[in-house]
Design a protein around this ligand. Structure first.
Ligand code: ZN
Length: 344
């Protein structure tokens, strides 16, 4: 495998990376969960750096309110309700370079993570979903694959690189997610692009370092919790060790990987929406459209997506059987609507 010398010249000149590091990047496979705000910048950073394989996972579609901070998307994607992974792959492909892109319009959960993360050297968090982060953390510790947490809200956020057996895992720092509604989210407190950029760039920098670590001469990275704010211009670094008795990395209790509860439905924090997965085979969208037509005057079919309004809820049904139920944050209600209109 060779590295095009001109394309990557400037980063190869950066001594801690060097030619060997560049080759290492080109042999790396990275799973990126979420292609929105953090995910867009992460994807772009890694693709431009020449990472070998980028596995993109996102279940969502592009909306107009994404455009001020989700750098891979354009007006046309929002107008057409394009899947985020599809739009992201298009934008990344235009950058060119050696990176092979895999796009999965899927929900990452306990059933799908094994397959999606298979063979990956690093997992990157570009989500805004706490449950997904705990799942990634369980997978990371269980399989000894590093991951990098990133969270952003308002003008700042947190970054935590998790390198199993070398530092704390997510559950060492936050043992369990706080009850819903207690944390500020981007939907309640807003968010600005520079904050997203700062958090994602910290993640991306640490990603390049972790991926090329085996060929570096300097000591291995010492994981720390990083807190950054672009409004006050502050950066805090909190050195933490693994917590004795941590449920995940201490007792190796992988609740989020093993717990079947909640697999079927995910509350989308702050969006008054629930994502529900079918338990049977994927639906036939043509047939479903015919069935739902008499019930909804707003029914719209756009390629692999069916969208309609029923009972005051907007249902977006995807070809793989997932549906986004907007207008409720109750799992039971969302599953009931799914089962009634999409079929269980
Ligand atoms: Zn831990």
């Amino acid at each position: 495998m060779t590295v095009p010398s001109q394309r990557f010249d400037r980063q190869i000149r950066f001594a801690p990376l060097g030619q060997e590091g560049q080759l290492r990047l080109e042999q790396s496979r990275v799973l990126l969960v979420g292609c929105g705000a953090l995910g867009g910048i992460l994807a772009q950073s890694l693709a431009r750096a020449g990472v070998g394989e980028l596995v993109l996972v996102d279940r969502d579609i592009v909306e107009e309110s994404n455009l001020p901070r989700q750098v891979l998307f354009e007006d046309v994607h929002a107008r057409e309700g394009t899947l985020k992974v599809t739009a992201a792959r298009e934008s990344l492909a235009r950058i060119g370079g050696p990176t092979r892109l895999e796009a999965h319009a899927q929900h990452l959960d306990a059933d799908t993570i094994e397959e999606l993360a298979e063979g990956c050297d690093l997992l990157l968090d570009g989500t805004d979903n706490l449950g997904t982060r705990y799942l990634i953390n369980d997978y990371s510790v269980c399989n000894d694959v590093p991951w990098i947490y990133g969270g952003v809200v308002g003008s700042g956020g947190l970054v935590l690189p998790v390198v199993p057996s070398r530092g704390p895992c997510l559950r060492c720092v936050f043992d369990s997610p706080p009850p819903s509604g207690t944390l500020e989210t981007c939907d309640t407190a807003g968010v600005i692009l520079p904050a997203v950029g700062a958090v994602a760039s910290l993640q991306a920098g640490l990603a390049l370092r972790l991926l090329t670590e085996p060929c570096q001469t300097e000591p291995p990275l010492r994981p720390a919790l990083l807190e950054i704010d672009v409004w006050s211009g502050s950066l805090r670094r909190l050195e933490l060790g693994p917590q004795e008795g941590c449920h995940c990395c201490g007792e190796r209790d992988f609740t989020w990987l093993e717990e079947p509860l909640g697999r079927r439905a995910t509350i989308l924090c702050g969006r008054n929406a629930v994502q529900v997965r079918g338990v049977g085979e994927s639906p036939d969208l043509d047939r479903l459209a015919e069935q739902l037509k008499p019930l909804s005057s707003s029914l719209k079919r756009a390629g692999p997506i069916l969208r309609c309004e029923i009972d005051g809820h907007v249902l977006t049904i995807f070809q793989d059987g997932r549906a986004l139920i907007e207008g409720t944050d109750e799992v039971e209600r969302a599953i009931a609507l799914y089962d009634r209109y999409v079929g269980s």
